[in-house]
Design a protein around this ligand. Structure first.
Ligand SMILES: Cc1cc2nc3c(=O)[nH]c(=O)nc-3n(C[C@H](O)[C@H](O)[C@H](O)COP(=O)(O)OP(=O)(O)OC[C@H]3O[C@@H](n4cnc5c(N)ncnc54)[C@H](O)[C@@H]3O)c2cc1C
Length: 386
């Protein structure tokens, strides 16, 4: 589906093999115990995958979006939590890439080497208690003070909180107009993680709340122009985040098909000398799961084509893709739960983890409701982000 070059296919195959050997074995425990998948992240770092989208001249793999999403899907099929942590790292580090491209002599160009070598794990700290899922409207403040910037904000959920090295945080600009993006480093004075994540799904994500309390950082930690961060947020991060969430949602749907197919084939009704897969109603559910998942894949594929050759429709496709894949994954994993019956409900099968994990994709911002609102606004001629 991703139409990759031979070289890209080799990278994806390497990711799949790494995920089988070093990520899948931990996934169930990570989910049950709600613990951070440290071994999985180390394996990705050791394999050079933290530099997946970092340009080659900075030591990364320099993969394009299309191939990066294929890698993400392979990780997501083995462990949703690891995939989301990895996606947030791709999003956070894409801000460093954007700043380094505009400012090659600046500090972010140096940081890219650290990211590519697996020594710096990044994430986004955008959602706030004050403006909730409306990440484009932070209420946290920045002010300039003696060559430093001082940040005050209450971030509501930050994936990888307490485990990341760098947090790309939004705030109302120190200029008073627009949004600024700053790199807050773990351990900066005034930075703290203020709670413990206990999610229904993606339980290994450490998506904890985070407080910036008079957090004082050097001025050169700002990415992009003062007050102008929205261009990086919407132009650089949004496509990676939207397509990444869609790829993870699809990976959960795909995994639920694999698990359901195996269960229906292996489970027997001895009194009828039949397998569950001999029941037409269960085969119809399986078929609908395949149709839903292929439809979501087709949407992702069309959006990737559009991102590579942008038209007026690209922004809407980028927005739609996450909602479409999230819906498909929710419907597909629900069908998987029904098809596998009590065996799924009682947690004998890992199908229920897919069912729980994929639900995050509908509520992570922009939420599916908000996406529908944006798309609806565009259709009736209102400004999308108005
Ligand atoms: C697993 C997980 C990981 C996360 N990781 C991160 C992270 O790393 N960084 C980060 O910044 N954030 C992160 N978040 C936060 C996430 O992006 C959302 O901001 C958060 O889930 C929103 O929850 P809320 O209760 O604040 O939603 P609310 O904003 O309170 O929304 C409640 C409901 O209202 C709906 N709604 C809200 N506004 C509108 C509107 N204008 N039109 C129609 N409906 C609307 C929503 O769809 C939702 O159903 C994470 C969340 C989760 C669940």
């Amino acid at each position: 589906m991703y139409r990759l070059t031979a070289e890209e296919q080799t990278v994806v195959a390497r990711a799949a093999a790494l995920a089988d050997a070093h990520i899948a074995p931990h996934a169930n425990r990570v989910d049950r115990e709600g613990c951070f998948p440290a071994e999985s992240l180390k394996a990705l770092a050791d394999g050079g995958f933290m530099g997946l989208m970092i340009p080659v001249e900075h030591g990364g793999m320099g993969l394009r979006l299309r191939a990066s999403m294929a890698v993400l899907e392979q990780i997501g099929q083995r462990c949703g939590s690891t995939a989301m942590i990895f996606l947030m790292h791709l999003c956070g580090s894409s801000c460093y890439v954007a700043d380094a491209a505009a400012n090659p002599a600046g500090p972010f160009a140096v940081l890219l080497g650290e990211v590519a070598s697996g020594r710096h794990l990044s994430t986004l700290a955008w959602s706030e208690k004050g403006s909730r899922s409306h990440f484009w409207a932070p209420v946290g403040k920045a002010r300039q003070e003696e060559g430093h910037v001082v940040l005050d904000a209450h971030k509501s959920w930050v994936t990888t909180a307490n485990h990341a090295d760098g947090y790309v945080a939004t705030s109302v600009s120190a200029t008073g107009t627009g949004i600024d993006l700053y790199l807050v480093r773990a351990g900066d004075a005034g930075w703290s993680v203020s709670g413990r994540w206990d999610g229904v799904g993606l339980r290994g994500n450490a998506s904890n709340p985070m407080v910036l309390d008079s957090c004082r950082i050097p001025v050169d930690r700002r990415m992009g122009p003062a007050g102008g961060a929205l261009d990086i947020m919407l132009g650089v991060v949004l496509p990676i985040f939207q397509l990444g969430c869609a790829a993870i949602a699809t990976s959960q749907a795909e995994e639920s098909i694999r698990l359901t197919t195996a269960h229906l084939g292996a489970s027997r009704l001895h009194h009828l000398d039949a397998a569950l897969s001999d029941l037409p109603v269960l085969r119809a559910r399986l078929a609908q799961m395949r149709i839903n998942t292929d439809r979501a894949r087709a949407h992702i594929s069309a959006t990737l084509d559009s991102v590579e050759a942008p038209t007026d429709a690209t922004t809407l496709l980028v927005l739609e893709t996450k909602a479409s894949a999230a819906d498909a994954a929710r419907e597909t994993t629900e069908l998987a739960m029904l098809a596998c019956g009590g065996a799924a409900f009682s947690r004998h099968l890992e199908v229920e983890r897919c069912f729980r994990d994929c639900r995050a994709m509908s509520v992570m911002a922009p939420t599916s409701d908000v996406i529908r609102e944006f798309v609806g606004r565009a259709l009736v001629g209102l400004p999308v982000f108005g």
